[in-house]
Design a protein around this ligand. Structure first.
Ligand code: PLP
Length: 248
């Protein structure tokens, strides 16, 4: 057996486990698993892992750094099966990277300010393609700016009070398609409460933007709570690919 085969088997088993968790969570919530999209977060893992996942039938992959994501998307596009992947950009995004991201991303989950929405729209216009976007909401009432000593990365996200204005900004763009909301559960809170709040914000958003039906919430550690609160997209990394080295 080659190392590729061994890695592929490992990924298949982990995918099966995660899909079983999603099915159980959907059963418990009385939901159809077909409503829930699994986005496999491949950040920090090599393009060959993404290629193996694509061969195992994974369509949606998530990345959080432009340089890494752009390189992987280019490598995968050149290989077999690459064209069928959907790239989700889920990380904090600087405005000067928006043009690059708009070239390869299909969905951007982390739009949290008007200037970023405008820059992504310009990038999508330049690339001649539509870009699906989610508004990232900051559910951390402690400020969401990371630990005071700077040891935790800033997670970003718009203030819930600013979501309606940001949604109108996206609605008036040329090439951005507003799909819904995204959030990361605060580190030291109850994920169920955070996701319930997100669900309420998503319902309010839909009153003005009926097509904005996606709710991106839930990661390896809290996907059950996210499914219970109505998430349509789960972003799962370490439970499928294994542990990542800590951020530099
Ligand atoms: C890394 C990351 C994930 C995946 O986290 P895991 O705990 O590895 O499943 C999900 N969402 C965002 C925004 C991330 O940066």
């Amino acid at each position: 057996m080659t190392t590729d085969d061994a890695r592929s088997d490992e990924l298949q088993r982990a995918l099966d486990d995660v899909r079983a968790r999603i099915t159980r969570a959907c059963d418990a919530a009385g939901r159809d698993p077909g409503e829930v999209t699994l986005v496999v977060v491949t950040k920090t893992f090599p393009a060959c892992d993404v290629a193996l996942l694509a061969r195992l039938g994974v369509v949606d992959v998530g990345e959080s750094r432009d340089q890494e994501a752009g390189a992987k998307a280019a490598e995968l596009a050149a290989g077999p099966g690459g064209a069928s992947l959907r790239w989700h950009f889920i990380g904090q995004l600087q405005r000067n990277k928006a043009r690059s991201v708009a070239r390869y991303a299909d969905v951007v989950h982390s739009v949290d300010r008007a200037e970023l929405a405008q820059a992504l729209d310009r990038g999508a216009v330049a690339a001649g393609r539509d870009l699906e976007v989610l508004l990232q909401v900051d559910l951390d009432d402690t400020g969401g700016t990371g630990d005071a000593d700077g040891s935790a990365p800033r997670r970003g996200g718009a203030d819930p009070a600013d979501v309606a204005a940001l949604a109108r900004e996206v609605g008036s763009s040329s090439r951005l398609v507003l799909r819904g909301l995204m959030a990361v559960a605060p580190r030291d809170g109850d994920p169920a409460a955070a996701f319930a709040r997100l669900h309420g914000l998503a319902q309010a958003l839909r009153e003005e933007h009926p097509q904005a039906t996606w709710v991106s919430a839930g990661m390896s550690g809290d996907l059950e709570q996210a499914v219970a609160a109505g998430a349509t997209h789960l972003r799962v990394g370490s439970a499928i690919l294994g542990g990542r080295p800590p951020l530099q």
